[in-house]
Design a protein around this ligand. Sequence first.
Ligand code: CAA
Length: 285
Amino acid sequence: MTKIERLGVVGGGQMGGGIAEVGARAGLDVIVREIDDDAARAARSRLWKSLNRAVQKGKLTEAERDATQERLHFTTTLADLDDRDMVIEAIAEDEGLKLALFEELDELLTDPEAILASNTSSIPIAKLAGATKRPDKVIGVHFFNPVPVLNLVELVPSLLTSEETVKRARGFATEQLGKETIRAEDRSGFIVNALLVPYLLSAIRMFEAGHASAEDIDNGMVQGCAHPMGPLRLSDMVGLDTLKAIADSMYQEYAEPTYAAPPLLKRMVDAGIKGKKTGAGFYDY
Ligand code: CAA
């Protein structure tokens, strides 16, 4: 199995940045593509902060941090990713944007064996594959936030993905990044979000109905079920806009009320209140 040596990551937000970090820490040469210079600078500064925190916690030596930083490159030019063995897309959950990106990446990647992966949580992999001329090499590789901490990667082959691609993606996630993998069918939400998102939306509905305070809802699940964080704080961490986009796409797939975004979530997103990254959500940050 040919290892992945040159990794491209499109989108340097919390997911893309985390994927780039674990890739570079595992010894891969990584290029992160952001949309403009400001976004690239912000992505780089978040990554450097995270690596410095790892040094402070004794998880990384200063020499390892420096070597990791040397393996991380930032660009605003998509064509700089042309020599990559694998590109992981981690942009916003917007189907139109993703389809255009997959079409462009497919054309510019010089290695016909290169894998085109998506970190999407809810958009069908088959649709992304359909935008390319290499549908057998398109796969969902879904990480969890915070990527450096959570050990799981969901592998999501579409009906057109080859077993060879699944094997290569599994080897990349397990042998190279040291993560565990689970395999899911190409259905919106895969395994984890299909279970998690209805739970998060139920907590928002409970809060919206005035049933309990945000603190008590969260405390209930932290103290009563030993979850590391409550559903409203977790929604803030995922990003309320991202949560809404995932819910919308799952509602479109299954047409079941359990996936429908509650009005409060929609209004918060309309108002620009998107959780931790904007400084406010169900809590202030
Ligand atoms: N990057 C790197 N390391 C981080 C980190 C980050 N962003 N955030 C926390 N950590 C590390 C800390 O350094 C710390 O490490 P040590 O134990 O070695 O010191 C450890 O994680 C615990 O962190 P803290 O002590 O700061 O805080 P905590 O104990 O409250 O843990 C948490 C924070 C890891 C986020 C934890 O609360 C948690 O796991 N929460 C649940 C997260 C979750 O459910 N994620 C899934 C979201 S769904 C998703 O991602 C999919 C999707 O498509 C929506």
